[in-house]
Write a protein that binds this ligand. Structure first.
Ligand SMILES: Cc1cc2nc3c(=O)[nH]c(=O)nc-3n(C[C@H](O)[C@H](O)[C@H](O)COP(=O)(O)OP(=O)(O)OC[C@H]3O[C@@H](n4cnc5c(N)ncnc54)[C@H](O)[C@@H]3O)c2cc1C
Length: 411
């Protein structure tokens, strides 16, 4: 492992920092990032303006080929920009799914005409994309998608429902996984289409979250017509296309959010111990937890350096990168829970004006369960680590060799 920037990487980091200093405010507090719902119109306007500046300055699509408006740099440069951007109040969230997951898929599988039409407008922030994979009966097992597309002349006619679609309410387009052949095994009957989110028959309905935000949606499709030239990959090969999106997703959502062990350490110095003697910091049980968080955080930091070293050498990180979200999302929840419990009956107060660190522990506690689910649940990621990193035997597959239409569906 080499933890230092090469001279070229250091130059790029300095350029990135200069761009961010000129275009963003330094980060104030974690709570501000988390309180900002993706539904705010002003935030969206600011995000579009920021994305445009990024594209004009060469900091959008850092790893994308030059022909697609990118800089053609190795993935480590994208990591470096992300590290610097995280220190600023950069309104980048609305583009994370589109540019991080959907557009790389469009570039990999779209025709020349499709790439000409969509890539530049996405990179410059003019158009936003969402990912329409999950359904009420197909989340972890997304290959069980039932939303149906039937070919009529040059069009596909789509009927069905997706759910948990982040940003569908402000997106212009989406990549949509549909079932086009129920007579073959589930993975073999899927196709990926590009859908215009404003097309007739697309109905976006908001989902209200426990955290108070409303970032994702249900999306219903009723006789929505999509031209066949908006297909990504061959009919029936949508699973291979989806895997490219999912691989990018696992890399994108592994970061850490919310108050960390350093913030709870500061809090613990001021809070009382539940035994009534001294501060929480002096409490034996708390100190044991703290030690555990520090060990995990430091262990993950080293695992991340390994990923960065691989990226720096132009290699693609493997299934081991699944560890990030398992560690971070669980730790985030445990830290928030410990702080709220330490407040005893005052823990019920989540008003930012009254709660410690402006309610950031409470925000974190409400946000963490979603993070433990999005982009692969804890159990699914642990299965990946068990099977593909540790080489343990595969999970049972009761649906192998059976046509999708013959699988028991409960209805
Ligand atoms: C914040 C957030 C944003 C999201 N954004 C999007 C989006 O933009 N687009 C999109 O398409 N989807 C999105 N999702 C949906 C997400 O991908 C799914 O919620 C996730 O894949 C889990 O699927 P599910 O909710 O159907 O749960 P299920 O798959 O029904 O799982 C239920 C429980 O069973 C467990 N389980 C399932 N299978 C196994 C197994 N084989 N072994 C062991 N345990 C198992 C799971 O771990 C879980 O605990 C988002 C979700 C969240 C929380």
């Amino acid at each position: 492992m080499d933890f230092n920037d090469t001279p070229e990487e250091a130059t790029f980091r300095a350029e990135a920092r200069a761009f961010l200093e000129a275009n963003c405010k330094p980060k104030v507090a974690e709570k501000d990032r988390m309180n900002r719902s993706l539904r705010g119109v002003d935030y969206l306007k600011a995000a579009k303006a920021y994305q445009k500046k990024k594209a004009e300055s060469g900091f959008a699509g850092i790893t994308w080929a030059k022909e697609h408006g990118g800089r053609g740099l190795p993935p480590i440069y994208s990591v470096i920009f992300g590290q610097e951007e995280a220190k600023f109040e950069a309104p980048a969230a609305p583009f994370a799914i589109g540019l991080g997951m959907c557009l790389p898929t469009v570039i990999a599988f779209g025709s020349e005409e499709i790439k000409q039409r969509y890539v530049a407008k996405a990179l410059s922030g003019e158009e936003i994309w969402c990912q329409l994979f999950s359904e009420p009966g197909a989340g972890s097992d997304v290959a069980a998608s039932k939303t149906k597309a039937v070919k009529e002349g040059d069009d596909w006619v789509v009927n069905g429902q997706k759910v948990w679609t982040t940003g569908a309410h402000f997106s212009d387009f989406g990549i949509l996984l549909v079932r086009t052949n129920p007579d073959v095994e589930k993975h073999k009957g899927l196709t990926m289409l590009i859908v215009d989110m404003k097309a007739p028959g697309v109905d976006v309905r908001p989902i209200h979250q426990a955290s108070g935000g409303s970032d994702f949606n249900e999306v219903y499709f009723t006789d929505v017509r999509i031209r066949d030239d908006h297909r990504l990959g061959e009919p029936g090969q949508g699973w291979g296309v989806a895997l490219v999106t999912l691989m990018n997703e696992r890399l994108a959502v592994g970061g850490s959010y919310g108050p960390d062990y350093k913030e709870i350490m500061n809090f613990a110095r001021a809070a009382s111990s539940p035994t009534g003697e001294g501060s929480l910091m002096q409490n034996e049980a708390f100190r044991q937890k703290l030690a555990d968080w520090i060990v995990r955080a430091e262990g993950y930091k080293l695992a991340k350096f390994r990923t960065m070293t691989a990226l720096s050498k132009g290699q693609t990180p493997g299934p081991e990168s699944s560890i990030g979200k398992v560690i971070n999302a669980n730790q985030m929840m445990d830290i928030a829970n410990t702080a709220i419990e330490a407040l005893d009956h005052f823990g019920i107060i989540d008003d930012p004006a009254l709660a410690p660190i402006d309610g950031a522990f409470h925000q974190s506690y409400m946000f963490a369960p979603g993070l433990r689910i999005a982009g692969g649940t804890d159990e699914i990621l642990k299965n990946i680590l068990a099977e593909r990193v540790l080489g343990l035997p595969q999970d049972q597959r009761a649906d192998k060799g059976i046509a999708f239409k013959d699988l028991p569906s409960g209805r």
